[in-house]
Design a protein around this ligand. Structure first.
Ligand code: ADP
Ligand code: MG
Length: 143
C-alpha cells in the first residue's frame, strides 16, 4: 500500500453538532494522520469553485448554500491508502445507506447534510488539497 494524502472537510452540520473531535478521532483510530487543518468560513465563490464538478446537478445551489451556512474544518489526512480509507471511514454519500459505525451513519442526518467530504481519487485529492493549502502549510510527520 502506498502513502497518500487526501482532503477531508468536516461540513457545517457536523461542526454545529460540536463533533469535530469525535470525527477526527475516527480518522486517527484507523491510522490516518492530520498533516494540515484549518477552520474556515467558505465564501460563496469558494464553495462554488470547490464543487464546480457538480455545477450542472440539480442539488448544486442547495449544496453551496449548505457549505457556506457555517464554518467548516478543512484538513489533509495522510496514511496508507488514505484516499480509499477515508471514504470507507466516511460511509456512503446517503447516510441511510452508510454502513454502521461510519461517520455518516453516526452523525449525518440526510444526503444534503452529510457531515464530511473526502476526495475520491488521487487526481482530485491533489487538486482539492491545493485548492485550500499551500505546500508550506502541509506538515510532514517527522516523528
Ligand atoms: P460524496 O461527498 O460522497 O463524494 P458526491 O461527490 O456525489 O458525494 O456529492 C457531493 C455532495 O453533494 C454530497 O456529499 C452531498 O452533500 C451532495 N449531494 C450529492 N448527491 C445529492 C443528492 N442526490 N441530493 C442532495 N445532495 C446531494
Ligand atoms: Mg465527491
Amino acid at each position: 500500500m502506498s502513502q497518500e494524502r487526501t482532503l477531508s472537510i468536516i461540513k457545517p452540520d457536523a461542526v454545529s453538532k460540536n463533533v469535530v473531535g469525535q470525527i477526527i478521532s475516527m480518522f486517527e483510530a484507523k491510522g490516518l494522520k492530520v498533516v494540515a487543518a484549518k477552520m474556515m468560513q467558505l465564501t460563496q465563490e469558494q464553495a462554488e469553485g470547490f464543487y464546480e464538478v457538480h455545477k450542472e446537478r440539480p442539488f448544486f445551489n442547495d449544496l453551496v448554500k449548505f457549505m457556506i451556512s457555517g464554518p467548516v474544518l478543512v484538513q489533509v489526512l495522510e496514511g496508507d491508502n488514505a484516499i480509499a480509507l477515508n471514504r470507507e471511514i466516511m460511509g456512503a454519500t446517503n447516510p441511510k445507506e452508510a454502513a454502521p459505525g461510519t461517520i455518516r451513519a453516526t452523525f449525518a442526518s440526510s444526503i444534503d447534510e452529510n457531515a464530511v467530504h473526502g476526495s475520491d481519487a488521487p487526481e482530485t485529492a491533489k487538486n482539492e488539497i491545493s485548492f485550500f493549502f499551500k505546500d508550506a502549510e502541509l506538515c510532514p510527520r517527522t516523528r
